[in-house]
Design a protein around this ligand. Structure first.
Ligand code: X2X
Length: 340
């Protein structure tokens, strides 16, 4: 990410229609016993960063100044796949990351991203606060990372393009689309017959601007905070998957915290996640109109042919085999229907 791009995002704070982010790099950081870095890929204007900053302030206060969480938004410490390496090595202590990108390390963590699995948010929270989330957290812990209980929202994903609205699955054939770095994303858009390119979020704006790809897919909140109308024209409301963010921790850094401090950190982080979900629910009510005002043209294709296309291409059968019967049964039970 260039200085110019970051400057643009910073200056967007005032005009984004969101609260000004209370992000402050404190000068007294060296006074704390535990100074931990918290990385994420979202601009300061995203509710994730507003709630993270709130949690960090509460943690500093409730720990009597012993725990200082410093927030690094917008991939300031590196692209997501690099920061995942830093988290494992201990160079970064906390990281808010998509379960699908995490699946490059924890393969079955991506199961929430199966196409068209969730009909809406009620089903998402029931599953992710229930057995499916517990299963995923078990996988993450078995891989040597710490994970907080509450998953944060990213959202239902929509396809944007610079060229044409996506009306039917045929419109995705041969389409050059950016997908995040994750086997599940590549598999889904390969099943649609597209030409998916794995690109970290840090490079998405420039990849769209320079025409390396013609489109991308993300929730409306991300289109807004990343100002993607500047480099995209159409938004097709496909709701093709839901994804969130797990708040991950480095195990050694976590174990170094006495139990009472772990409790303070976990309680505030989980509360921040639950509040962030509510913030996004509020934002979602007005985002489409705001994005239309910025220049996006919306359409709402029938999702049924898209799901049928994935099924015909063997997408569901393939992923059932990859995740295994146990994980697949938890997914199907969570969504209340047979997917494969
Ligand atoms: O990389 C993306 O597209 C984003 C911001 O949605 C994720 O973190 C998965």
């Amino acid at each position: 990410m260039t200085i110019t791009r970051r400057t643009i995002l910073m200056s967007a704070t005032a005009s984004a229609g969101l609260l000004a982010a209370p992000f402050v790099r404190r000068a007294d950081a060296q006074a704390a016993e535990f100074t931990y870095k918290f990385a994420n890929n979202q601009p300061l204007t995203h509710p994730s960063n507003i709630r993270s900053a709130e949690a960090a302030a509460a943690i500093l206060e409730q720990s009597g100044g012993r725990v200082d969480i410093q927030i690094f938004p917008s991939n300031q410490l590196g692209a997501d796949t690099d920061v995942l390496g830093q988290l494992r090595a201990g160079g970064v202590e906390f990281f808010l990351l998509s379960p699908l990108i995490l699946s490059t390390l924890v393969p079955n963590a991506s199961i929430n991203g199966i196409g068209f699995a969730f009909p809406g948010y009620d089903a998402v929270w029931k599953a992710m606060d229930g057995d499916l989330g517990a299963y995923a957290r078990g996988q993450i812990e078995a891989a040597g990372l710490v994970v907080m209980d509450a998953i944060w929202d990213n959202g239902f994903r929509q396809i944007t393009t610079s060229t044409k609205p996506i009306e039917t699955p045929a419109d995705l054939e041969g389409f050059k689309i950016r997908v995040p770095v994750s086997p599940l994303w590549t598999s889904m858009f390969t099943a649609f017959g597209s030409a998916p390119a794995s690109i970290n979020f840090a490079e998405v704006y420039s990849a769209l601007q320079t025409g390396i790809v013609d489109g991308q897919e993300n929730p409306l909140s991300i289109l807004k905070v990343a100002k993607l109308w500047e480099v995209q024209k159409y938004c097709s409301v496909t709701n093709h998957m839901w994804d969130g963010f797990w708040l991950l921790g480095n195990r050694r850094a976590w174990a170094a915290l006495p139990e009472d401090l772990q409790q303070i950190v976990a309680t505030n982080f989980n509360a921040a996640g639950v509040n962030q979900r509510a913030d996004l629910a509020t934002l979602n009510a007005s985002l489409r109109a705001e994005l239309e005002a910025e220049g996006f043209t919306f359409n709402e294709p029938d999702p049924a042919p898209f799901e049928a296309k994935l099924r015909e291409a063997g997408f569901y059968a393939e992923w059932k085999g990859t995740y295994g019967d146990e994980a697949w049964a938890i997914l199907e039970s969570a969504v209340g229907r047979t997917l494969a």
